[in-house]
Ligand binder design. Structure first.
Ligand SMILES: Cc1cc2nc3c(=O)[nH]c(=O)nc-3n(C[C@H](O)[C@H](O)[C@H](O)COP(=O)(O)OP(=O)(O)OC[C@H]3O[C@@H](n4cnc5c(N)ncnc54)[C@H](O)[C@@H]3O)c2cc1C
Length: 317
């Protein structure tokens, strides 16, 4: 079933989470063991992130460096299929512009369609780690909305190969990203929302937000979206803080603010174990308030560790 169908059929707020594919060379068993306990809370769908290539530099031994391209976390499509097969649960792969030509995207979408995966989260993707700005593939897409249009085209039976006659239309439910604290490159919230509205007008059926730690930011964002006529479900993305260093790493990486009350509590913590307790408790309170608000689904960023998510879900779902 599609994400929007799961939401429409649910009587209460739905639980779901996002996982990262394992690092290249690791096996899938550890991933299964990590997510298995979360099945207790009956997530109707699990998201699997996509990671673009990175550059690595090897010392050639003659004073020169060799630049190589590597994808450290491959396997998104395979993991989606493996989880679906193992747990009989829907999976939502993230598809990104970065590092993919239109043809590679089309082939990935054909694989997903054959596997019976019918929801995708469509994103631009971040810049390569060593680059300070996003550079699209020469034959790829510069913005998520362009990638989204490729998916919409396939849903209408239009593939890249224009010669293709009577191509089978796909039927993907399309999700896109939303930023309660604005995307860092957008000149203003208004311009960011204008793009989000265009995405919805052109076929996006739901929005998943970037993580936030102050629910008021989500409430305000939903209000602004509704005022703009963005009427699709807006799923809040949540991440429990699990270490002291995340106090500076999360704002730096995701361009967000931590509320004073949370920072005050974290500053009292002597070690990561104490910070993790504060982070879990904060996320439980956030979750309870979001359920009361009527959020359609709570979507947790597991970042490869399911035990904090288990503790939160235990107190909520
Ligand atoms: C829920 C969620 C899941 C994510 N999962 C992944 C993942 O799996 N892999 C990964 O690499 N990254 C992931 N990201 C990160 C995401 O790729 C980055 O935040 C990226 O910088 C922007 O992605 P986007 O889809 O919002 O881009 P876009 O919609 O392309 O927007 C990027 C910027 O360009 C502006 N913009 C958009 N369209 C236009 C246009 N036509 N003309 C001018 N300006 C425009 C926007 O306002 C914004 O400032 C995720 C983010 C979220 C919120």
């Amino acid at each position: 079933m599609k994400v929007t169908e799961h939401i429409a059929n649910a009587k209460n707020t739905v639980f779901s989470f996002e996982i990262l594919p394992p690092l290249k060379g690791q096996n899938i068993k550890a991933l299964f063991e990590n997510i298995e306990p979360l099945m207790e809370f009956k997530p109707p769908f699990i998201d699997v992130t996509y990671h673009r290539e990175e550059y690595i530099y090897r010392d050639k031994g003659n004073g020169l460096l060799e630049k190589r391209t590597t994808r450290k976390r491959p396997g998104t499509v395979g993991i989606c299929a493996a989880i679906k097969n193992r747990f009989d649960i829907d999976t939502v792969p993230h598809i990104i512009c970065g590092g993919f030509s239109k043809e590679e995207t089309e082939n990935a979408l054909i694989d997903l369609d054959f596997l019976g995966i019918d929801s995708v989260l469509v994103l631009r993707g971040d810049p390569i780690k060593s680059e300070n700005k996003f550079v699209p593939d020469p034959n790829g897409h510069a913005y998520a909305i362009d990638l989204m249009e490729q998916v919409v085209d396939m849903n209408n039976g239009r593939y890249i190969d224009e010669e293709l006659q009577s191509a089978t239309p796909t039927d993907f439910c399309i999700g896109v990203a939303g930023y309660p604290e604005k995307h860092f490159e957008a000149p203003s919230m208004k311009s960011d929302l204008k793009i989000l509205k265009q995405k919805v007008e052109r076929g996006a059926e739901y929005v998943v937000t970037q993580m936030f730690f102050d629910n008021q930011k989500y409430f305000d964002f939903v209000k602004l979206c509704r005022a703009e006529g963005i009427d699709v479900p807006i799923i809040p993305g949540l991440k429990p803080i699990t270490s002291l260093k995340q106090m500076s790493a999360l704002p730096r990486t995701f361009f967000l603010d931590l509320p004073d009350a949370l920072v005050d509590e974290l500053e009292k913590c002597k070690d990561n174990a104490a910070a993790k307790e504060v982070g879990i408790e904060w996320c439980i309170q956030q979750s309870k308030e979001l359920i009361e608000f009527g959020a359609p689904c709570l979507h947790y960023y597991s970042m490869g560790k399911s035990d904090p998510i288990y503790r939160i879900a235990e107190g909520i779902f």
